[in-house]
Design a protein around this ligand. Structure first.
Ligand SMILES: [Fe+2]
Length: 468
């Protein structure tokens, strides 16, 4: 009943929303200071025991969701690379062996970073796993997704620009309350690049311990932002993405990508494409060639939902970072419309915004967007809560391509119900509380054709009238 009512209210909301121009929310909040939580706070606590594994996180390990990559750090010595796992707690019938490495960054020396591929898993199954040795070992679990199926339901969380402040903690805790099964992360992880010298590595470590409460139990699908670049000639660190790439592996070979920075995974009924805003993407570059091939592989009969993640938004009406996604728009927008991408999530701008379905394709070179039924919805969720604070200044007046915008912190959920529709929420952090603020039904671009959509609306309205 609750789900039906939620669905009904969502459909009514979108009906109301589509009859009006976009909305700029006037919500203001008593913003907590945008400062990083001190290192001695319990949210960064080092697990007890000699050489105990810390910074545990998992990500999808293959193309279709039957594998995970488990990563962790041992601080004192390499220790064991083994993951023991099985179908019940404490009873581990299987073992996988990973690799270990460490690296230096200026005068910082990392702990021992372990990465272990656990593959050949069954779909839709809860696995328990244990890492580390003796008294220092630690136990976690994860749930594999259902098999690739067009009708499979699945709940994604979307988080961006998280950082490690009290606002970040609020976002993380709220996301853990919403029952998500995997997180789509749209870049800018730790904001460790705001520090200098040794402290850069230290804040990458603290962030790993910070997100473990979620990332050890459900896969985070990573994409890189500008804060992962870390080009520091003054520290003689000039190779981009070094800390990020050492710590956050992605299953890029499974989608025949040549770089961990752009790749694709399929999960339940979704095909998820991760792009890198800060790697070459113009015509003939590896990323461009890869994306051209990957889009051809999308099979909407098997994975009806086509989702793209990137860091710099293509459409956004905030004064911050305005037009920074324009060069990627010029190169990829025609593909996004041709292949009927359902939704594109981005971060970067520290505020929330959702667009209508729009494109600039029919504007003869001008980049001002107009309604386009074959275009994606563009959603900016760069509002995780990092130490740089909110991007409070939106362009005025609100452009007619912008459906809803609000300069406060939060995260989103996308609950895929079946092949035709998904329920989307943006959840505002109202200080300690989570408040569902922007809600709509996302109709699938491939399956949710207008006839089908009209029937669905009629059915829901009939239900509403019958229950008045
Ligand atoms: Fe950013």
């Amino acid at each position: 009943m609750l789900v039906r009512l939620l669905f009904l209210s969502s459909v009514l909301l979108i009906c109301v929303g589509s009859a009006n121009a976009g909305k700029t929310s006037g919500f203001t909040r008593n913003e907590w200071p945008s400062i990083d939580i001190p290192l001695d706070n319990e949210v960064f606590a080092v697990p007890k025991g000699y050489n105990a594994p810390q910074q545990v996180h998992i990500t999808q390990g293959d193309y279709d969701g039957k594998a995970v990559i488990i990563s962790w750090v041992t601080p004192d010595e390499p220790g064991s690379n083994k993951v023991q796992y099985g179908l019940s707690e404490g009873k581990y019938d299987f073992t996988a062996e990973g690799t270990v490495q460490n690296y230096t960054f200026y005068d910082y020396k990392s702990g021992y970073i372990h990465q272990c591929l656990v593959d050949g898993l069954q779909y839709d199954t809860k696995y328990y796993y244990e890492i580390g040795n003796g008294d220092s070992s630690r136990k976690f679990w994860f749930q594999t997704p259902p098999k690739i199926d067009p009708e499979a339901s699945y709940k994604f969380g979307i988080i961006g620009d998280l950082g490690q402040t009290y606002n970040s903690l609020s976002t993380l805790e709220h996301s853990m309350q919403t029952g998500t099964q995997a997180i789509l992360f749209v870049g800018d992880l730790s904001y460790a690049d705001r520090y200098e010298n040794h402290d850069v590595g230290v804040r990458w470590d603290s962030w790993g311990r910070f997100v473990e409460r979620s990332a050890a139990y459900q896969p985070w699908i990573w994409s890189a932002g500008n804060h992962e670049i870390e080009y520091f000639p003054q520290m003689r660190e000039v190779i981009p993405f070094r800390n990020y790439l050492h710590r956050y592996p992605t299953p890029y070979p499974a989608s025949e990508s040549s770089s961990p920075l752009w790749y694709a995974v399929r999960r339940a009924s979704a095909h998820i494409i991760v792009l890198s805003s800060y790697s070459p993407f113009v015509k003939y570059t590896p990323q461009w060639k890869w994306l051209r091939q990957e889009l051809k592989k999308v099979d909407r009969q098997k994975t009806p939902w086509l989702i793209v993640l990137m860091h710099a938004p293509i459409y956004n009406s905030n004064e911050a970072h305005f037009f920074e996604g324009e060069s990627m728009r010029v190169v990829y927008e025609s593909w996004f419309c041709q292949y009927k991408v359902d939704v594109i999530f981005a971060g970067h701008v520290h505020a929330y915004e959702r667009s209508y379905r729009i494109s600039s394709l029919r504007q003869n070179g001008s980049s001002y967007p107009v309604p386009d039924k074959s275009a994606p919805v563009y959603i900016t969720v760069g509002d995780g809560g990092n130490q740089e604070g909110l991007a409070k200044k939106f362009r005025d007046p609100q452009p007619d391509y912008s459906a809803f915008r609000e300069a406060s912190y939060g995260h989103s959920t996308l609950e895929v119900k079946n092949k035709t529709h998904a329920i989307y929420h943006w959840n505002r952090n109202d200080d300690g509380k989570r408040v569902q603020t922007d809600t709509f039904v996302l109709h699938n671009q491939y399956w949710g054709n207008s006839r089908r959509r009209r029937k669905l609306k009629k059915k829901v309205l009939d239900y509403a009238i019958a229950n008045l």
